[in-house]
Design a protein around this ligand. Structure first.
Ligand code: FAD
Ligand code: MLT
Ligand code: ZN
Length: 474
């Protein structure tokens, strides 16, 4: 075995090193099976000091590092290249919750903690950590922060970036930056924390974080609503903000096609409404004010609001969850969109955003553009309409294999992204750039933006050993 690998073993021990092909395989491919890379080794350090020592060794031996958390990323950011001198550095052994400050509403965790564990730990202390996405059972907080993840509660609590007070990071030189300050205000020079949030592992390795917590909601109302159009959905959301007294915590839009894929592929999935409709909204309101005997809670307020909306033809039908089980069943229909599309066949994802009020017009033009680009393709738009973020996905025509479909990738994505940029929108709302969208970023972002990103990357990682080839090429 090479002396480099033996030096790794000296740092992380046998438990922290995987060199056999079978053991490495799960770390070398991405959740969407778009890429299959190679790695000299998969390294699983148990502590920050080990991460630092591994990085120092890689810097000395000019071996590149691909940081990896739960490996649920959608853009290949955590997957090594096919050929090259790279290691995968997985944070999945650094999975301790280090401290929870209930009075100060903060939690200190290692980067490898699974998101669901963080949510559950907060709830056990009557607190809320609001980041929530369908991958929460396997994605890690390090990956969430590194991709500035969004999910289904952004419209009320913000993206991952807004949920962090402090970070600990290992730099490309193997230095440990301890920025684990639990401060709500700290204006001391450049905001180094913000540099690493959303950098997708290209500027350093997040090893710990101080997270913000919120009071745990005491009253939640969830409804599954059939609407006549995306326009009605946006109008319904707009009114809901005041009707709920600013307690809208989720608003997800789905199409019939997406719901049909879930009903087809996910056991136990049931359509909550008797009739089939073209568009659906999952609307959730949450309040830290407990329901009071004899007084209307959020469910009653939501029922009244939906009744008024029905009078205005914004709502065709609706089911309001009467208990947690029913609410979970509504959420399962939404959260299984990604998994069911994977089972259906090849898809091209467009994780885009436009301003909320432009969603209806974009939807009309975007669907037409997709169908022109490939007649017979199966558009399946859905997502976080409250953030102006659509997963404007396109499934292959039934029966097409991936190669045949991907031959149309350029025509379909070019049409969609040109339209998005024409609407002043973003070609990546929450999934990041990774490897998948490096060319699109270089095409759609301005020279000054790209030059500034490259200058940053060169300054912080002059050897280009931190996740090279992701986000920007230098
Ligand atoms: P990985 O996939 O392991 O890595 C992601 C990126 O972060 C890579 O570039 C990697 O190099 C880097 N990285 C990982 N850990 C670290 C670290 N400690 N320090 C520095 N860099 C690191 N995303 C959303 O934003 N919103 C959604 O609603 C959403 N829904 C999803 C639904 C499903 C079913 C799936 C499979 C994915 C979904 N995603 C969503 C995408 C994905 O879950 C997120 O991008 C998530 O934040 C990735 O976390 P991870 O731990 O899996 O990171
Ligand atoms: C989600 O919101 O479920 C994912 O980000 C969307 C996708 O898988 O395209
Ligand atoms: Zn999403």
């Amino acid at each position: 075995m090479s002396s480099f690998v033996e030096k790794l073993r000296t740092i992380v021990g046998d438990k922290g090193l995987i060199v056999d092909d079978q053991g490495k395989h799960p770390y070398l491919t991405d959740w969407r099976d778009n890429y299959l890379g190679t790695a000299l080794a998969v390294v699983r350090p148990a502590a920050t000091e080990e991460v630092a020592a591994v990085v120092k060794l890689c810097a000395a031996e000019k071996v590149a590092i691909v940081p990896q958390g739960g490996n649920t990323g959608m853009v290949g950011g955590g997957t090594p290249h096919e050929a090259g001198r790279e290691i995968v550095l997985s944070l999945n052994r650094m999975n301790r919750v280090l401290d929870i400050d209930v009075i100060g509403y903060s939690m200190t965790v290692e980067a490898g903690v699974i998101l669901k564990t963080i949510q559950e730990t907060a709830a056990q202390h009557d607190r809320l950590f609001p980041l929530s996405l369908a991958a929460e059972g396997s994605c890690t907080i390090g990956g969430n922060l590194s991709t500035n993840a969004g999910g289904v509660q952004v419209l009320h609590y913000g993206n991952a970036r807004q949920l962090v007070m402090g970070l600990e990071v290992v730099t490309p030189q193997g230095e440990i930056w301890n920025g684990l300050r639990a401060l709500k205000k700290d204006n001391t020079g450049y905001d180094l924390r913000d540099l690493y949030l959303g950098a997708e592992g290209t500027l350093g390795i997040i090893t710990k974080a101080v997270l913000k917590l919120w009071p745990k909601p005491k009253d939640v109302a969830t409804s599954w609503i059939a609407v006549p159009s995306p326009e009605a959905a946006v109008e319904l959301l707009s009114g809901a903000n005041s009707a709920s007294e600013d307690n809208v915590t989720s608003c997800e839009l789905m199409s019939r096609q997406g719901v049909d894929f879930v009903l087809k592929h996910i056991t136990g999935a049931v359509d909550p409404l008797a009739e089939r409709h073209d568009w659906y909204v999952l609307l959730e309101w949450s309040s830290t004010r407990a329901r009071r005997e004899g007084q209307d809670g959020l469910r009653e307020k939501m029922e009244a609001y939906l009744g008024e909306a029905m009078e205005k033809d914004l709502v065709l039908d609706a089911a309001i969850a009467q208990n947690e089980t029913q609410a979970r069943a509504f959420w399962a229909l939404r959260e299984n969109h990604t998994e069911s599309q994977k089972r259906e066949g090849p898809s091209i994802k467009h994780d885009i955003s436009v301003s909320v009020s432009k969603i209806p017009a974009f939807m009309t033009e975007g669907l037409a553009a997709m169908n022109r680009a490939l007649p017979g393709c199966r558009p399946v738009p859905f997502g976080h309409v409250g953030d102006g973020n659509l997963h404007f996905n396109c499934m292959a025509p039934a029966g097409w294999d991936k190669a045949r479909f991907m031959a149309h990738h350029e025509a379909i994505s070019g049409a969609v992204y040109d339209l998005v940029v024409g609407y002043g929108g973003s070609i990546s709302a929450e999934h990041g750039i990774g490897r998948l969208k490096v060319d699109e970023l270089a095409h759609y972002r301005t020279r000054i933006e790209l030059d500034t990103m490259r200058t940053l990357k060169r300054a912080l990682d002059p050897q280009n050993i931190m996740n090279p080839g992701k986000v920007v090429r230098v």
